[in-house]
Structures are given as C-alpha cells and as structure tokens.
Ligand binder design. Sequence first.
Ligand code: SF4
Length: 739
Amino acid sequence: MTATTHHRICPLCEACCGLEIKTQDDKVISIRGHEADVLSKGYICPKAIALKDLHEDPDRLRTPLIKRNGVHVAATWEEAFAEIEARLPAVIAQGGRNATGIAVGNPSAHKIGLLTYFGKLARALGTKNVFSASTLDQMPKQLASGLMFGHWLSIGLPDISRTDHLLVIGANPLASNGSMWTVPDFKGKAKALQARGGKLVVIDPRRTETAAVADAHHFIRPGSDVFLLAAMVHTLFAENLVRLGAVADWVQGLDEVRQAVATFTPEAVAVRCGMDVLTIKTLARDLATAERAAVYARIGTCTQTYGSLASWLVDVLNTLTGHLDQVGGVLFAKPAAFASNTAGKSGTGKGVSTGRHHARVSGAPEVYGELPITCMAEEIETPGEGQIRALITVATNPVLSSPDGPRLAAALDTLDFMLSFDIYLNETTRHADVILPGLSPLEDMHYDVAFPQLSWRNHARYSPPVFAPAAGQPQEWQSLLKVAAIVQGKGANEDADLLDDAQFAQDAERLFGAHASAVVAATQGLRGPERGLEVALRTGPYGDGFGTKPSGLTLAQVKAANPEGGIDLGELQPRMPEMLRTPSGKIELAPPLFINDLPRAALDLARPTPDLVIIGRRDVRTNNSWMHNLPVLAKGPFRCTALVHPTDAARLGLQDGGQARLRNGTRQVQAQVHISAEMMPGVVSLPHGWGHDLPGAQLGVAALRPGTNLNALLDDQLRDPLSGNAVLSGVAIEMEAVT
Ligand code: SF4
C-alpha cells in the first residue's frame, strides 16, 4: 500500500508547528515540518517526531481503568460510566457541590474537545473548587493583561519580524519556541532580527540557550525581576524618557505609576538584583531610544511571589517607551475564532475582577474563576463544609508538576472518589478510582483555540484526524458530557450526541436569540467542538456572519486550506482602541491591585538574599511529564541534573556527576550534579516534571531514568497573593554532597 500524506498541527507545545505526516496502513512512517504551513514554514523541533512514539506507546491507555482492591483493571466504557454514576453523585448528595473539585492541565489547551467542553463539566459540578495549571506558571501574566487591557488573553506579543530590539526576561524561547507567545522557529527569527541590525538582550539567572545567541546577557537574582522592572520604569521617568506614542490618548494612570515607583531607584535595587546600576539604567535607555522594541517576559517572572507585579511592569515598560500597539513593538493578535477581545462591543467591556469567592482554607482569592492549584491538598485534607471529597482531574499530573507533590499524593489517597481523564496511568492518576482515556492526538481533529490569540502572525488552521479512533472509543468531549449528565442526575446511559444537541440548542438561544433556529439549521451535520468551531469562525472577525458577509470565513474554507498549510491572515496590526475591553475603554496603566501591592515589594528590598536558591529549567525535548515516557525524547544525555556554578560546587564540595542532597526545611531530594558556568553563582537549576519512581504508575520508559522531583522540594503555601500563582523560582535551599 502506498503512503498517505497528512497535514497536521503539532499538539505538543505552544509553538503549534505545521507537520507533514506520512502513514502506511495504521503506522506513522515519517514526520517532518510542513513547508507550506502559514505559521511555521516547515520548522519543527525534536519533539515533533515523538508523536509517533506517543501514538504507539504501549503504556498509553486504550481502555478505561477501574481501581479494584487497590489495583487498576481494564474496564468497558459502560462499566466505567456505571462506576462513576454509583459513586460521584453520592459524594455530592452527602457534601454538596463544593465537596467536589476539578483540576485541568495544560495538554487540554492542545485539544479543542477538552478545552471547550471542560467548562461544561465544571459548570455541571457547580463547585468553587476549580483548579488549573495556570496557577503554576501563567496566571500573573493573565491577571496583568486582564486588568490592563480588559481580558485575560489580551496578551501583548513582540512583533518579532519587525522589531529592532527584543528584551527577554526569565524566558528561554530558543528552547520553548515561545510560551504565551506562539513563535515557531524563534531561533531563525532572532537571527533575522540580528541580521537586520537589531539586538537581542536576555536577562536570566542562567545563560540559557537564548542567552547564548543574544547580543547581551545579564544575570539577575531569581525573584528580583520586580525590582529591576520597577527601577527601569523609575529611570524612564527620572530621565524624561517617557513617550506614549500612538496610544497616548488611551492610557490612564501615568501619574500613579510615576509615584508608585518613586522609591525603586536603580541604586536601591541593584544589589538585590545582582546587577549594577549602570546596567539597569542602560537597559531602560536602550528600550526607550530604540525605534522599534519589545519586552517579553515569562516563566521566571511569573513563578515568584511578585509574579503579578513583574508581569504588569513588563507592559508598563512597553507602554511608557512608546512600543505598545506599535509595528515592531508589542501587538495583539486578531484570531479568527474564540477571542473575547474581538467579540461584543468594540473598545470597552466588563473588564476582569478577582476575589468573587475565596479558597475555604487559605482564603486565597479566585482568579479567572479558579483557585490556586497549590490549595488543592489542604482543601482535601481540612474537614468542614466544602471539604473536597471527590476530585476530577483532566490531563494533569500535579503530583509531579505542583509544589509539595508528596503532600498532594497523600491527600489524594484520602478522597472518597477520584476520576481522571488521562492518556496515562501516571503519578497522579494512580490515585484515581476511574480513569477515562482520551484519544491519541493523531486520532483527533485539531484546531487551536487559545494559541492563535498568542501567535506571532494571524492565521486559521484545521487538521483532520490522521487515524480513526478505535471502535467504541468516545471522543473526550463526549465523555465530559456524559459525566456532566451523571452529575446532573441524568444517569450514565444518556447519549452524548443528544446531550450535545440539546446543549447547543440552549447556547444558540442564549447567544443568537431570534436567529437561534437559523444557526442550528446552518450547522446541521456538525457536532461537538466542530460545531462550536463553525459558529466561532463564522461569527469571528473574518467570518461570513452566517451569510451576512458572503466573502467571509467558514469552517469548510479553513478545512479546505489544510493541504496548503492553513489560511494566512497576515501580520499583527495595531488594534487600539478596538481591542480594549476595560470598563473605562482605556489602557489601565495603574490598576489599584498592583499599585497597592508595590509597598509589599518595597519592604522586601531590605531583606537579605539567601546564599543559594533554586530555579527550574526548560529543555527542548520536554514540555510535559509524560514526554519522559517517549523513547525518542528519553534517550540521550540524562537531563534531570542540578546545574551548579563552579564556585558554589567548590564551596559545597560537590563533584560533577556526583549526587547531592537538596534541602528546603524538612523537604529534601537527591539529584545528580552538573557543574556549569552557565549558572549565576548562588543559583541552582533543576528541571521540573521528573520523579517517575513512584509506585503504581505505568510509565515504563520514564521509570528507567526517573529523575528528581523538584516540586517535592517546594512549599505549596508560597504564592503570589494577587494571582495565586505558585512560587517555583528563587526558593532558598541548602545543598550538600552525598557520598
Ligand atoms: S516546537 Fe512545539 S509545536 Fe513545534 S514541533 Fe516542536 S513540539 Fe511541536
């Protein structure tokens, strides 16, 4: 039989590269970049070919599992839903809706069925205990963008193909190809920037892969980004470098910002940042005087106790230097579907608010409808009304990916019922009573909901499934709807498609009023996320408006463009003020939540810095813990090493390749040492998502080289109080050689 060629969006990371996959019979025979792809132009990273390993992985679950006498056994779908019906409603009947919790992980962002139907299950549960991986590393950015621009996903994106100066803080896009910024082939784009005379400047406690190709790299003490950024803002005011450019008419809060950063002089923060005064001033001056410049900051600036302040100050800098909403500066995407900043009234909106409810035990405020995932263990452990007794996890492995995994693992064992939607029996799902497996990505259609909102270029791309799912295997959205029906008391035998039809008819009524029946008629033949996608595209900014704009986009057109690599919707363009959704219709430069939190940072300036702190690390070959189970990614040098600067290694008596004990109070882990001058002295780096040596998981390849669980060392009580984000960076540790 001859090979068949498929074109498909890679679902393995935020870069969303276009792939060309050749198959023969039911086997993948090659995976390469799709040269015609409108977003990635043929680029792929080494992870892409692991899609074959993922599809063929014998550990990937193909049938539901039910835990019987402590052991997971294969079950039919009917048995699994019956088990859920027998156990989940009873917990709700006894403890109420808040006796349940639901947590979702980042792979769901790459599956339209999970992403658009997770909320239906969460709403059916009606619980306040909603958690996600967002509070592990990105909620500060979402909160800052929400308060400044009016929506959580209105994220300013560097216009990398036209900028002259890119300042990267606490991010490693050369390894990640962007995070909250979809920028495949960052390396090629950075080279092009440099070739046209531009500069790439990196600030990071490690000389990362990105720093290694940059024109300048400056070390910074982990956790001190807020001080650097505030001092840079201070410098702009002090040296009369503030220019708002084209957004001047839309900015409010300039004087409040000026006053708020008054004490953050470069002289006051330099020691704390581990930088010199002139460097801080020069960074601000270079940004202000560059014609086209952008600041991009990510994980390092978010995963700290001042994550929200740091994320906010990044866009304050972009605004004060005249680069916000400027070609070659920072722009906002205009995606074809699902963006809130293209819907509703142009230029104004409800904005965002937080704290509509609070976590029962810690009192942490809700943000974006979620509570911090680091509250999950204590919400399970602590008796009283609202104690979580049943938990649903969706594509998430917080036992490895969230601080104090051992505590969470112990808490999960005390639940009355746990249900996991997951493709693996992993360190978290081993605690589940029922596991419902999802499809292999190659068995599922693909349209990115979130990432076109974060992409370096506007586009619309759809991928059909490469393989048909096994007979009888439901789609994830169907399983989510069935569990929602069980929770709503409809039982386990409802037909998912009929449930979907009924739900869609209700949604159409709410959204389209008198036109609802026309929309239902126009989308006949479609179901599930495809139907939602059709509606989102046709009512989106490029859509045909269901016939009112005949030349506009439809799902059929996007599907038809699959072999050509999708539909290119052009470079990002200035969008002020139409993209704003703040109640004021302005860019809120000085949200009170942030202005009022700056004194907390100011007080912290005088605190002595620890001798040794730990940070995480991104590797191009891993993005999620389950990737450690894919042979093509697991092979090669052992990557879960603790990087230590030579002076620290000498001081602590550590040997390259030797073992070291890392302590944080009573928590301790052991890791292999790698001595490296790429580290800032006083900083240790260990990647996260490892620690595959826990009993009961079924990850055969990962278990061969389990690595060290960084998060077992971290405290789940440390958070950014505004966003609830976990503190993963800059945590003080002690380290000693293990002989
Ligand atoms: S960069 Fe990300 S999206 Fe692109 S090929 Fe690699 S894993 Fe896939």
